[in-house]
Design a protein around this ligand. Structure first.
Ligand code: PMP
Ligand code: GLU
Length: 411
């Protein structure tokens, strides 16, 4: 027995690669290093002025005490109203739980739904935190591999073949981090039919709902019918759309019995989200925000530019053009091997490390998302930074064209 023993659940836990990388990159930049950060999924825009003003007003008014765990009533009402008018979702305000970022909404829902040994289906490539959150909740992640041929999407038959008596839930994330893929109405309807038939809970992470391009329709999963709504937790938040990552405001919408349990989980862990941030979020909701559309169009311009530039980089291929979120998920296996200088690249971890050290570009290796032949490139940064990042990537790719396959190739 030693006092230094960690719990089994923490020993199993992997660090968050996105956050580890971001901490490293921000430290390098603070030390004066010339690094283009295409790693973290964080908008470079300022928080909406109305939200900032809302936060300042809250401080001035002394609105600085604990609030109700599930959030202040006007914010829950405003969220329910917004989900109704913008997303066709019919939630009452007592079915909304405001949380410390969308992350906590996801975690609360897993804690409320999953018993030890219960299986939760996710697809690979997955967002880095899903498997770890499932494990923390005592569940078992069941990972369905998707590939470029299926458009990085799960088909119902792929899900059906992995169902067992222990399957409890599916996590969906459309638009997706890391692939930028957006599921269509028909595809979601098929998955919904399966969920209803087998009475599976669906946690639908819709945090990138506003960021869809090329006239693609965003479909909220719970809008697919009353039976679907009954088994869905809709997770969303202000981090991405309103450029409010540091304010830590997300929310979940779920049938009352589940929202109540999620509130209890939150009551015993963190209590309510910050009172000031809640008022900031409310200020963003109470009147139209034309800036949101401006930001979306800017993301789209960045997406198109980066997609076009990547097409000219040898050894890197974008198999599926992303139409949502702010990520590109590129296959970099064409750079695996040994270059003229005898330098080996055996996987995307090594590639991302070299790219940072030699070329000053930060990207997240695909291993973080269960896809070791890929890297994730975030275009949530300025066009100038992206241009510079693509120039560096191009030079790096030329210098690392493999002359022979690496013997330690993996993935
Ligand atoms: N879900 C996905 C898919 C994300 O990319 C993120 C990004 N952080 C989150 C949830 C968590 O968002 P938040 O910062 O609001 O916790
Ligand atoms: N979700 C963002 C990303 O994937 C932010 C980092 C995180 O929350 O892990 O980069």
């Amino acid at each position: 027995m030693t006092a230094k023993r960690l719990s089994e659940r923490t020993r199993q836990l992997l660090p968050s690669s996105t956050q580890v990388l971001d901490a490293k990159v921000k430290e390098l930049i603070a030390q004066g290093a010339d690094v283009v950060n295409l790693g973290i999924g964080e908008p470079d825009f300022d928080t909406l002025p109305d939200a900032r003003e809302g936060g300042v007003t809250a401080i001035r008014e002394g609105f600085t005490r604990y609030t109700a765990t599930a959030g202040i009533a006007p914010l829950r009402q405003a969220i329910a109203g917004w989900l109704g008018t913008q997303r066709g979702l019919d939630y009452r305000s007592d079915e909304i739980v405001v949380s410390n970022g969308a992350k906590q909404g996801l975690f609360n829902s897993l804690m409320a739904l999953v018993d030890p040994g219960d299986e939760v289906i996710i697809q690979a490539p997955y967002w880095v935190s899903y498997p770890e959150m499932i494990k923390l909740a005592g569940g078992v992640p069941v990972i369905i591999e998707t590939c470029a041929e299926t458009g990085f999407k799960m088909k119902p038959e792929m899900v059906a073949s992995r169902l067992t008596s222990r399957t409890r839930a599916i996590i969906l994330n459309s638009p997706s981090n890391p692939t930028g893929v957006v599921y269509g109405r028909e595809e979601l309807t098929e998955l919904a039919q399966l969920a209803v038939e087998h009475q599976l809970a669906v946690i639908s992470d819709e945090i990138y709902d506003h960021l869809v391009y090329e006239d693609i329709e965003f479909v909220a999963f719970a809008s697919l019918g009353p039976q679907v709504r009954e088994l869905t937790v809709t997770v969303n938040g202000f981090s991405k759309t309103c450029a409010m990552t540091g304010w830590r405001i997300g929310y979940a919408a779920a049938p009352r019995w589940l929202a109540a349990a999620m509130t209890d989980v939150q009551a015993h862990t963190t209590s309510a989200a910050s009172s000031i941030s809640q008022r900031a979020a409310l200020a963003a909701l109470v009147r139209p925000q034309p800036l949101l559309e401006k930001m979306r169009l800017e993301f789209d311009a960045r997406r198109r530019m980066t997609v076009a530039r990547l097409a000219g980089i040898p050894g890197i291929s974008l198999e599926v053009v992303p139409r949502g979120a702010f990520y590109l998920f590129a296959n970099v296996a064409g750079l695996f091997g040994v270059n003229e200088d005898g330098q080996p690249i055996e996987n995307s971890d090594r590639l991302a490390r070299l790219l940072l050290e030699e070329a000053g570009v930060a990207v997240v290796p695909g291993s973080a998302f269960g896809a070791p032949n890929h890297v994730r490139i975030s275009y949530a940064t300025s066009l100038e930074q992206l241009e510079s990042g693509m120039d560096r990537l191009l030079r790096f790719a030329h210098a690392h064209q493999p002359v022979s396959a690496s013997t330690i190739r993996s993935g």
